[in-house]
Ligand binder design. Structure first.
Ligand SMILES: [Zn+2]
Length: 302
């Protein structure tokens, strides 16, 4: 089925048939997962160190196409105390090659979230599918917005190293220019943190490194409930093959160690997981399965 051609998503705007938002409560913290759309990604990029036959078998087992996948792109809005925090911002609408992204602004409006009420943004890292929505004025955010990002991440993009990545031609240049532009536009609003920073009550950004040197996850904890937004530390394929390298990882070996540690921790403490590129709404729990893991989807309760 061509992704441009689905009859059921013909409706766009506030009354789209699939609203693509999902609400969850974590203690007193309100969580809303919103899809910015889907991105095409070449299958080889999700596991470039895997034997091609092993990757082909995995894709077939998962009912995924063999060549180009629709990669989900989840963003989270969190309300805690008197703050409204956007965690990542999607790809936005400034990249016309990507027809099925840039839905965040419309879906925030449909959810009744006034973007002028957003007090803080937390960025897991500065790849364009996480910061693109902030470029230009697509979201209408307030001028005194605080933007939290690991200091190591902002520093990395001054002179980024792509030597350990495996990306399609042209992508490193696109990532470099998006990050440069972001830093120019937002430098005055950046609130860099070293390893951990409590952005709002129970909302803690925590640097993991790996995917990028300043890659961070966001951990939510309130009233005994816990949920972690893992950004790009965990992908769909990671449950079965946590040691497969994603082409976007700037330090793939460290990224795999970060991923395994995080999945082991979440399997042990039973907290919920949300990640950028897991199938929407992506809220799941992590179980162990031999040397690998299982993603156990949360039960829809609305
Ligand atoms: Zn990403």
């Amino acid at each position: 089925m061509s992704s441009e051609n689905r009859s059921h998503d013909g409706k766009t705007g506030l009354d789209e048939l699939v609203p693509s938002r999902y609400a969850q409560q974590v203690g007193d913290i309100e969580v809303l997962v919103i899809s910015d759309g889907v991105l095409p990604i070449g299958a080889e990029t999700i596991a470039y160190n895997a034997a091609p036959a092993d990757l082909a078998a995995w894709l077939d087992d998962m009912f995924l196409p063999p060549d180009v996948l629709d990669w989900p792109l989840n963003v989270v809005v969190v309300r805690s105390g008197d703050q409204t925090v956007l965690i990542d911002a999607g790809l936005g609408s400034e990249f016309p090659d990507f027809q099925q992204t840039g839905r965040l602004a419309m879906r925030l409006a449909a959810a009744g979230i006034d973007t002028a009420s957003v007090t803080d943004v937390v960025l897991t890292h500065l790849h364009m599918d996480h910061i693109g929505g902030l470029l230009g004025d697509g979201l209408g955010l307030r001028p005194d917005l605080r933007v939290h990002v690991a200091a190591a991440e902002a520093e990395f993009w001054e002179s980024p190293d792509f030597s350990h990545t495996s990306m399609p031609t042209g992508v490193p240049d696109a990532l470099r220019s998006a990050a440069t532009r972001f830093l120019e536009e937002y430098r005055g609003r950046l609130q860099p943190f070293e390893t951990e920073h409590e952005v709002a009550p129970g909302v803690v950004a925590s640097r993991t490194g790996g995917h990028t040197p300043g890659h961070s996850v966001v951990r939510l904890a309130s009233g005994g409930d816990r949920l972690t937004f893992a950004g790009d530390a965990v992908f769909q394929v990671a449950f079965d093959h946590p040691d497969w390298f994603n082409g976007f990882e700037h330090d793939p070996e460290e990224a795999a160690r970060v991923r395994v540690r995080l999945l082991q921790e979440l399997a042990a403490n039973r907290e919920a997981l949300v990640a950028t590129h897991l199938p929407f709404p992506s809220i799941c729990h992590v179980a162990t399965a031999g040397n690998a893991f299982r993603c156990v989807p949360a039960v829809w309760d609305f």
